[in-house]
Design a protein around this ligand. Structure first.
Ligand SMILES: Cc1ncc(COP(=O)(O)O)c(C=O)c1O
Length: 374
């Protein structure tokens, strides 16, 4: 299906990258990175040029998220998946409770479940349904996923937790454009390759004073924790605007440029633009007989990752393949393990609403052409 379909040239998006991570990196920033010449790439991450870059990025994060002064910005290599283990090993005292609704929240749950000395439980809903995390006093950590990237579910609220409990939020694909009250959160983390359009393999993690204290205390526990996963070292080096081991400097550079851009607007404006794009895409899907929003309950529909099912008589896979072959649209396939006839579309800050409109026009055009020929 759609194999030889030609589309009107005016429907071609200005950029083909619609993926939810790695996401559209601003080309201007790539050129700008080239312009740093011999002063940054290939220089020591323990020397002023890179240390200053990290410091600027950490301060930029504090500004963007309006972090309280006593919160720490911990940075390091490995991305969010690495933190799944690191949090389980070094921030959970005895027990964690996970609210899961898709592949990533379950991955986090399973990472903790592997740790023999903690008790780990899950409150789960079926894929496609939303979930609201709640406080349970039997656990010293509550784990919530801000935006479940596999299904396109965002949480609608976060709980207030008790004094002995930490609220941890995997904000990987929502951080930057789905605001939360950060003061209620003790551990807030994300990877660089999503809304902030860096590249993979790098994490940013905000710790409340309560979480920092626990991290340092548990670092002395008797169970073995590899140095690279030890919060004590991650915190110590981050306080000095460095990472425990050698980072990708280009990732930090791109992330910082994107952050500076977003700081010129502020989180509220970025979130408003995201909402505008989400309203547009869901209204489009609701208005077409051949489309269906995968997330039925509107309050859980993501403003950063839209999942739209296609009627079974058409093949989303074939349409994605045709658009990819043309070089017009990349990465709108559904999450691979979901196995649905679906489009998953990034609403990240760098995706313009004009390009989203073109993408929806392309899909409409393909379906209408197919109807005419069949
Ligand atoms: C919600 C969520 N958590 C965690 C991850 C894992 O991130 P990384 O691949 O950077 O480890 C992803 C990746 O897409 C994600 O979407």
């Amino acid at each position: 299906m759609f194999e030889n379909l030609e589309f009107p040239l005016e429907l071609k998006p200005s950029d083909p990258r619609f993926g939810v991570g790695p996401s559209l990196v601003n080309s201007e920033f790539i050129f700008r990175l080239g312009g740093t010449g011999k002063e940054l790439l290939g220089t020591s991450h323990r020397r002023p040029a890179v240390v200053e870059l990290c410091r600027e990025m950490q301060l930029g994060m504090k500004e963007y998220f309006k972090l309280p002064d006593d919160y720490s910005v911990v940075i390091g290599n490995g991305g969010a998946s690495f933190l799944f283990d690191m949090i389980g090993l070094g921030l959970v005292e005895k027990s964690s409770l996970h609210f899961t609704c898709g592949e990533f929240s379950q991955k986090w749950y399973r990472a903790h479940k592997n740790i023999p000395w903690i008790k780990v439980d899950e409150k789960a809903v079926s894929y496609g349904e939303g979930i609201t995390p709640e406080f349970h006093e039997d656990y010293d950590m509550i784990c919530a996923t801000l935006n479940e990237t596999s299904t396109g579910v965002q949480i609608d609220s976060i709980p207030e937790v008790g004094e002995k409990t930490l609220l941890a939020v995997d904000a990987t694909s929502g951080a930057g454009q789905i605001p939360l009250d950060i003061k209620k959160i003790d551990v807030y983390f994300f990877s660089a390759q999503k809304v902030f359009a860096g590249e993979g393999g790098f994490f940013i993690c905000f710790l409340s004073p309560k979480a920092r204290k626990r991290a340092l205390e548990l670092s002395d526990r008797e169970e073995y924790i590899p140095n690279i996963m030890d919060w004590k070292y991650a915190i110590e080096t981050s306080d000095k605007h460095q990472t425990f081991n050698t980072p990708s400097i280009s990732t930090i550079y791109l992330l910082n440029e994107q952050l500076k851009l977003m700081n010129t607007l502020g989180e509220a404006e970025v979130a408003r633009q995201a909402k505008e794009k989400a309203d547009f895409i869901y209204a489009w899907a609701d208005s077409r007989e051949y489309l269906n929003c995968y997330i039925a309950d509107k309050k859980y529909r993501s403003t950063s990752v839209a999942t739209i099912d296609l009627a079974s008589q058409y093949s989303a896979e074939d349409l994605c393949a045709r658009l990819r072959a043309l070089g017009w649209v990349y990465d709108i396939e559904p999450y691979r393990k979901l196995g649905r006839n679906q489009f998953r579309i990034s609403l990240f800050h760098n995706i313009s609403i004009e390009d989203l409109k073109k993408l929806t026009n392309l899909i409409d055009f393909a379906i209408n052409s197919e109807d005419k020929t069949s």
